[in-house]
Design a protein around this ligand. Structure first.
Ligand code: NDP
Length: 392
């Protein structure tokens, strides 16, 4: 039993808070803190258990330290934005608590994300005897654990990995993103990188596509190759991988809107002067778009996210697919959120639970595939994200 501090009261924060509250034997006390106190209070009011709330600016380390020293959690789950990662890690080091997040650090003024900044904390976390678990969402997160599970149980060597993220849901808006619009648009408009024979190869954004038939009648979708952060850690920790690619589905409608917004400069992160005020076009666009947390009651359909893995076992070539299918409406009935927030929030809770229960232990900074996948895979089945496997 222990205490958890959740930072970030957005779409994902809502799910994490609900899911931690469902496991009182592990999360005895919960505090939800964010920049806007009313958002924390709104989430707390949905839950049938006392949830403490607080206002915090997670870019302000002394404020974070004060909150942590006041509440004394065993662990902090960071589901604010990637910009806050390093500040929250600094505060965890200063106060001696474990750290979990779902997205790697990204500097606000550069559309670039990579693990280098957080991996650089390895010695400091090790010296403090603390664990920082990076990327405990779905992708990154569950996809890393799926790969580690495949490696542990089904392969002697993994040579190819395709991570395939299909969202077959629709929310009825002409254009909206399922998670933070700023982060989502930065991710999909970045140059694509995939791993090929020991190096990352760069190609134009969205320049490679194919169709993918999801299992269980979820449907057939066009998927586009993107760069995604788990490729960086997976090829480091499983060095036999020769090719690793990440694919995501997008509707024609989403792509049409995105192209126009890009063409007119609305997705730029370079500040522009408007009526004497400096504004960042992408941040202004975020203010106009629907809040992802508001999509919950509107979204229908299913997500299907999984890994297709190729390699060898006992000298024979093998192909394996492990996946989860999640229904937007069922998620909403359970935690009042759509499936994108749900598929991120559940693994964040499970990652924290692994540390709180002592099932995952370590001193330093870790990616998910470095841990034993078995207890995590077990917990996915019990906490709302059951998985299935197919030998192709
Ligand atoms: P939202 O924008 O809905 O929520 C982010 C929350 O963070 C907001 O409520 C905001 O607070 C809070 N926040 C932002 N800046 C600060 C700050 N300086 N101090 C305190 N709080 C702050 O985003 P999502 O919930 O959709 O995403 C949360 C995280 O999950 C992101 O990092 C995203 O990249 C990650 N993610 C990971 C996925 C995965 O599979 N691994 C998939 C989807 C998302 P307020 O509203 O109070 O101002």
């Amino acid at each position: 039993m222990g205490k958890v501090l959740i930072i970030g009261a957005g779409g994902v924060g809502q799910v994490v808070t609900h899911k931690c509250a469902q496991v009182p034997e592990v999360f005895e006390e919960i505090c939800l803190a964010s920049r806007t106190l009313s958002k924390c209070e709104h989430i707390a009011s949905q839950i049938n258990r006392p949830i403490r709330t607080a206002r915090v600016d997670a870019d302000n380390v002394p404020e974070l330290v004060h909150l942590i020293n006041d509440f004394r959690p065993d662990l902090v789950i960071n589901v604010a934005l990637p910009y806050q990662d390093l500040h929250i890690m600094d505060a965890c080091l200063e106060t001696g608590v474990h750290y979990v997040d779902t997205a790697n650090y990204e500097p606000p003024d550069k559309a670039r994300f990579c693990y280098d900044w957080q991996w650089a904390y390895q010695e400091r976390f090790k010296k403090a005897g603390l664990m920082a678990l990076l990327g405990s969402g779905f992708d990154p997160g569950v996809t890393n654990v799926y790969t580690a599970y495949a490696f542990k149980h089904h392969f002697d060597e993994i040579t190819e990995l395709d991570i395939i993220d299909v969202n077959g849901g629709s929310h009825g808006h002409p254009f909206a993103t399922n998670f933070n619009p700023e982060i989502n648009i930065r991710e999909v408009t970045a140059p694509c990188r995939h791993w090929e024979n020991g190096v990352f190869v760069e190609t134009a954004p969205m320049s490679m596509k194919k169709t993918f038939e999801c299992p269980e009648n979820v449907g057939t979708y066009t998927i586009y190759r993107l760069y995604h952060e788990e490729l960086e850690s997976l090829v480091k920790h499983i060095p036999t991988i020769k090719r690793a690619q990440f694919w995501m589905s997008f509707s024609e409608n989403y792509l049409k809107h995105l192209e126009v917004l890009q063409n007119v400069g609305m997705t730029s992160i370079e500040p522009v002067k408007y009526n004497g005020v400096e504004i960042v076009p992408l941040q202004f666009l975020k203010a106009l778009l629907p809040d992802p947390a508001s999509l919950g009651p509107l979204t229908k359909g299913k997500t299907c996210i999984g890994c297709v893995i190729r390699g060898t076992k006992s000298g024979k070539e093998k192909e394996y697919y492990v996946y989860n299918i999640c229904d937007h409406e069922e998620c909403y009935r359970e935690v009042q959120s759509q499936a994108i927030s749900y598929t991120t929030g559940v693994p964040a809770m499970i990652g924290a639970m692994m540390i709180m229960k002592g099932l995952w232990k370590g001193e330093g900074v870790f990616n998910m595939e470095q841990m034993d996948p078995d207890p995590f895979m077990d917990a996915l089945n019990k906490h709302g994200l059951p998985w299935k496997e197919k030998f192709l």
